[in-house]
Design a protein around this ligand. Structure first.
Ligand code: AGP
Length: 355
């Protein structure tokens, strides 16, 4: 049953719990773990020399993540807010312009894609909706196959976008630690289920439901996750929340940090990025801010945290999906405790068809 609440209090909670299935659907028939390859041949030979992503809101956060994947594979890639791109189109050269849009109907994204097409660019959409305007107007469509999403706040479509963008980046470039990433993607539905089953997000929400503001920090793949964590919190709780690149905290936002502003820090791996983010965590801890670490236990961030939302050890790209799952649950439970209209937050629409 795709459209009822299936016993959940809200569509959003149902959709958060549908993520393992959504991700399996996204992967189905597209990866060959034995051969270590990704098959997106139905898209034809794209081999782009550059990629420009255009998107809004949550989809923009997925686009920021996607751009990193392509850059890591050696392809210049940037994510643009569609509303900015549409009115100030950058030089495109022979880049592929990719509109990431769950609905395929977001006016700003359609407008950016049209502006790119007008300049002769090849366009693609990464979308959930077959037959949507974006799918019809673009040269190529790559479907995330998340199934219908009713809650205004995007949840399963974001994680499906993350997985779809991994598939696109691997399929178009076939470089990097392909086999390792494919394994991590195949393990992802099971790992998301583990997070759903074991997350202590509800306990954390109970502790911080009255907080003055919520901050989210992360680096690399975890930076878009921090932005998304904050957007979700704002949308469904109506509380002040901001996401920052960890390194930016000291350039201003640190002035906002107090004992009444919990800081959610996404830290994965034990490399330089983790070490630096732990340094930023120490800075907020020294200002008495409560720290919630979303951590795979590889760094020593847990030592400075008041609470830990645990991640299974996996590739950092996959960890970004898992960390987001914890943060979806935190926002959901804060909103629920506050009695918000979770599936239809005030002032918002599922599909924004005006510019
Ligand atoms: C997400 O929770 C929001 N509802 C919103 O930011 C949304 O992601 C944005 O409007 C873009 O929608 P799209 O993916 O359908 O283009």
């Amino acid at each position: 049953e795709e459209t009822g609440k299936s016993g959940y209090d809200h569509y959003m909670l149902k959709e958060i719990h549908e993520q393992p299935r959504a991700l399996r659907q996204c992967l189905r028939g597209r990866v060959d773990e034995m051969a270590g390859t990704v098959d997106i041949e139905d898209l034809g030979d794209l081999s782009p020399t550059g990629v420009q992503f255009v998107a809004c809101g949550t989809s923009y956060h997925a686009a920021l993540y996607g751009a990193q994947l392509f850059r890591e594979a050696g392809i210049p890639a940037q994510a643009f807010l569609a509303s900015e791109y549409a009115t100030s189109v950058p030089p495109i050269g022979d880049a592929l312009v990719v509109g990431v849009t769950q609905s395929g109907e977001t006016a700003d994204t359609l407008s950016a894609l049209r502006a790119a097409r007008k300049r002769g660019a090849r366009t693609m959409t990464v979308t959930n909706v077959v037959g949507s305007t974006a799918a019809r107007e673009c040269d190529h469509a790559f479907y995330i196959r998340a199934g219908p999403e009713i809650g205004v706040a995007a949840s399963k479509t974001f994680s499906s976008q993350q997985v779809a963008l991994n598939l696109l980046a691997l399929g178009m470039t076939n470089t990097g630690d392909v086999r390792e990433i494919i394994t991590a993607l195949r393990e992802l539905p099971g790992n998301v289920q583990r997070v759903l089953d074991e997350s202590v997000a509800e306990d954390v929400a109970e502790v911080y439901e009255d907080a003055g503001a919520y901050f989210f920090i992360g680096r690399g793949y975890q930076y878009p996750v921090a932005l998304e964590g904050a957007l979700k919190m704002k949308e469904i709780t109506y509380k002040h929340a901001e996401g920052f690149a960890s390194g930016e905290l000291k350039h201003g936002p640190l002035a906002l940090v107090t004992e009444n502003t919990p800081v959610f820090a996404v830290v994965t791996g034990d490399g330089e990025q983790a070490r630096k983010t732990v340094g930023n965590v120490k800075e907020v801890e020294a200002r008495d801010a409560p720290v919630v670490a979303i951590s795979d236990g590889q760094s020593d961030v847990d030592r400075y945290a008041d609470h830990v939302l645990e991640l299974p050890e996996t590739h950092p790209r996959a960890a970004a999906v898992l960390a987001n799952t914890h943060l979806q649950l935190v926002s959901y439970h804060v909103a629920n405790l506050l009695g918000r209209n979770i599936d239809k937050p005030r002032n918002l629409a599922k599909s924004v068809t005006v510019e």
